[in-house]
Design a protein. Sequence first.
Lengths: 116, 222
Amino acid sequence: MRLQYPTNVEIIRVPCTGRVDIIHLLKALEDGADGVYVAGCEEGDCHYLTGNLKARKRVVYVQKVLEDLGVEKERVAMYNLSAAQGPRFVEIAKEFTAIVTALGPSPFKKHRAKAA
Amino acid sequence: MIIAERKPIEEILAMVQDFKKILVVGCKGCVTVCNAGGVKEVGILASILRLAREKEDNPLTVDEHTLERQCDPEYIDQLDGLMSGYDAVLSMACSIGPQYIAARFPEARVFPALNTCFMGGALEHGVWAEFCQACGDCKIHLFGGLCPIARCSKSLLNGPCGGSSGGKCEIHKEVDCVWHLIVEKLMAQGKLDQLLEIRPLKDWSSSRDGGPRKIVREDLKI
């Protein structure tokens, strides 16, 4: 479709969002991501039945971790869309980029920012 | 198996606040099965600790290692040579683990990352309940295969108390009255008359009440 979406979005493809685990979300934040979102299939449409439901639970877990650490839980989010929805993919990329931009750089990068 | 749960993050952060480099040691035994202290959970805790300390601009180096179990000295020996350079060790086993590590490495500062909760089993994936309190004198066969010591809030041996209502224990609406379950089970088996026999006072000396316990198998000692 050649639709444009923000360049700051790094895509990691997985066969099903059920493959995404808590540690992946945490590692992304450790490695400098200001925000992480998981884009899975619409609920009820998962080819593997419950993959996207598990992903959502794990996103909620990490949101709770962020809350416990005093960090905005909006930095981690779950979205659901069909693989055919190109424009929605772009909409989500733009929406999440806007949310994270408004939140500012990740508080987990303070030390690294100083060292740089 | 032993069911444990990770301590709240604030508590663990407080334990390691003065340190710069720590080792988190997991266990592939019970705590892996109850998803509290296995390889995965070690990774998650290590990551959370790093993130929390990055945020405070006081970085923490966290290394990860998981042992087969932390309740046999031979497995703890495997930490030999891996322990140098760490300000502290965080054990993610049940509390036996940190005790064993502390005994084997007297110089090390050892902290428990988990709260050891109870002995039990899984009800469904992600849910565990208490089934045994190690009274040392198992008599579940007298109660239709259910344990009134562990599952009755008062550990009664002779039938439900007045607090049994709608099959639930008065302490909480989600706690089953095990005596209700025992009676129903024995009724279904046609063995309700088993309960007519009055159980005498339990001999608690085989339980914790007799002091720390030890079992010796002479035939197994080298």
